[in-house]
Structure formats: C-alpha cells, structure tokens
Design a protein around this ligand. Structure first.
Ligand code: HEM
Ligand SMILES: N[C@@H](CC(=O)c1ccccc1NC=O)C(=O)O
Length: 273
C-alpha cells in the first residue's frame, strides 16, 4: 500500500494513514453497508415517521435470531460431541443476546399507538407469527410443533425446508439427554430422566458440568418466557384487544403461549429439591 492512498497526518504524535483503500477491504465493503442500509423500505405513503423505527427493530431482531440460531446449533453439537464447557459457554452468549432482545421492546414502546396506527393497516396480513427464524429457535430449543409449518402462509421453498430440517434434527433437549446417557444415566422413560436430574442436582460437585449445563438451558427457557411476557404487554399497550394483522385474536392468542416451556422436566425438578 502506498502512503499516498489515504489521509496522512499526525494524531497524538503518531503518523496515521486513514482510508487507504487501494482496492482493499473497507469498513463499508466488509459489512455490506450499501446493501444493508438499502433494506428499510416503508409501506406507508406518505411515509409515516415511525415506520423506519418499526422496520429497523424487526431487522435487528432477525439479525440476532440468526446469531442465536448459530450459537444454539453449535451448543447442541458441542453437547453431542461431549464438549460440555463449550456448550455452556455458547449458551451464556445466547442469554446475553436474549436479554438485549427483551430490552429492545423499550425502544419500540417510544412509539405511540396513534403513530403506529398511521401505518398498521398497511401491514396486514403480515405479522411476527411469520418469523421463520423465531420458529426455528423454538424447534431447536425443544418445542417442535409441525402445525406451525402448515399454518404458515406464503413461505418460500427455502423457508419451508429450513423449518422441516429443524423438525427432523436433534433439539437441545435431545442433546442434553445424550449428555445424561454418556454420564451413565438411563433416559429411556420420563421417570428415569426425572431420576437422573434429581441425582445430578443432589451431587453437584460430582456432576458439576452436567448440572451447570441444565442451569444454562433453564436460563435460556426463562429468558424466552420473559420475551413472550414483555411482547404481549407491549401488544396490549399498542393495540389493546384488537385482532392481530396475522389473523389471530391478538393479545388473547399471545397469552395462550405464555405457559410454553422448553424444558418442563427441569422446571418440575424444582418442586422436588
Ligand atoms: C407494535 C409492536 C408489535 C405488535 C402490536 C405486535 C403484535 C403481535 C400480534 C397481535 C401477534 C399475534 C399474531 C397476529 O398478528 O395475529 C404477534 C405475534 C408475534 N410477534 Fe409481534 N407485535 C409487535 C412487535 C413485535 C416485534 C418487535 C417482534 C420481534 C421479532 C415480534 C415478534 C412476534 C412473533 C415472533 C410473534 C409470534 C408469536 C407466537 O406465535 O408465539 N413482534 N405480534
Ligand atoms: N401483528 C401486529 C403487527 C406487527 O407487529 C407486525 C407486522 C408485520 C411484521 C411484523 C410485526 N411484528 C410482530 O408481530 C399487529 O397486529 O398490530
């Protein structure tokens, strides 16, 4: 690289050369910013001020969903490979992202129902119900429900494939059962799994890695439940008891999802400790 390519100057007494491109990687080209920053297209006409925020928030969600799918898949694979420390390490990253996802609701709540109303009617029949990555996370975590694939309208072939593959592959819970088996426990029946979980919980110094992994899974479950609870209250604030753009009863439907738990046996265990 020649020094003449960029801005040359003094900064804190040190020679600096900024913006030396010369056909090499730049910030913008690496991050594909031309493409990324061109993806916020409003439906409203004339443009409603708050629609940019609405689109940005959802796009950020989808980027974090992508990251979490990457981490959860790797965590599952680490469990299957017996690398328990790695599985736990990756789950802790997922927790941190999940906390951010719930906090992001605060930003969206700076939008008033009146301002949402300026463009809400343009969104129908789209809704978060159609988020493929959200459903992939549910399936991978352990809550497989093939009826969602049938109820999805307007999925591309590639999206249907992704969901079908998630329905076929092992979940995080399957991988945890594998960890229990390799730890010498019987997992053939629900009773034997309950028994194994009690033994692990009762001798944490001996089963430290297996116990901590169960705690990390439970944390993932709890953070998912926290997002669902936060989402439904936001929905009540924004649209009250109106039906959703996706065709459901709205907040009523979302309330019916609040009891969903990925790892019911880990929760049941609490009643027996
Ligand atoms: C103004 C803000 C929001 C409102 C009023 C709202 C409203 C709703 C409603 C009413 C539903 C039920 C489906 C239907 O439309 O009939 C729903 C589902 C859903 N929304 Fe939102 N939502 C909002 C923001 C978000 C955000 C920021 C996300 C993040 C990705 C999101 C993700 C989802 C998901 C994943 C579902 C499906 C939930 C399930 O089936 O368990 N929503 N939303
Ligand atoms: N379902 C929401 C609209 C909504 O929030 C939405 C619309 C299109 C794409 C994503 C959305 N986010 C979550 O449902 C409503 O009924 O107001």
């Amino acid at each position: 690289m020649s020094a003449g390519d960029g801005v040359t100057g003094q900064w804190g007494g040190v020679d600096v050369h900024f913006g030396e491109e010369g056909g090499r990687l730049t910030y913008g080209s690496y991050l594909r910013l031309t493409e990324l920053l061109d993806q916020q297209r409003l439906e409203s006409e004339p443009p409603a001020h708050d629609e940019l925020l609405f689109i940005t928030i959802h796009q950020v969600y989808e980027l974090w969903f992508k990251q979490n799918l990457h981490e959860l898949t790797a965590s599952r694979d680490a469990m299957l490979a017996g690398e328990l420390w790695l599985a736990e390490h990756l789950l802790r990253r997922v927790h941190t992202i999940e906390r951010v996802l719930t906090q992001q609701v605060d930003i969206l709540e700076t939008m008033t129902p009146q301002d949402f109303g300026e463009f809400r009617h343009r969104l129908s029949p789209a809704s978060g119900f159609q988020s493929v990555q959200f459903r992939e996370i549910e399936f991978l975590s352990g809550a497989k429900d093939p009826s969602f694939v049938r109820r999805f309208r307007g999925l591309t072939e590639a999206e249907q494939d992704r969901l079908r593959r998630r329905l076929e592959e092992p979940t995080l819970w399957d991988a945890y059962l594998d960890v229990l088996r390799k730890g010498g426990f019987d997992t053939d029946s629900e009773d034997s799994i309950r028994d194994a979980l009690r033994k692990v919980a009762g001798d944490r110094s001996h089963y430290a890695a297996i116990w901590e992994l169960a705690e990390a899974l439970l944390q993932h479950d709890e953070l998912a439940a926290a997002w669902r609870a936060r989402h439904v209250v936001m929905v009540e604030r924004m649209i009250g008891t109106k039906p959703g753009t996706g065709g459901s009863s709205g907040a009523n439907y979302l309330r019916s999802r609040l009891d969903l738990r990925y790892y019911p046996l880990l929760w049941d265990l609490r009643s027996n400790l």
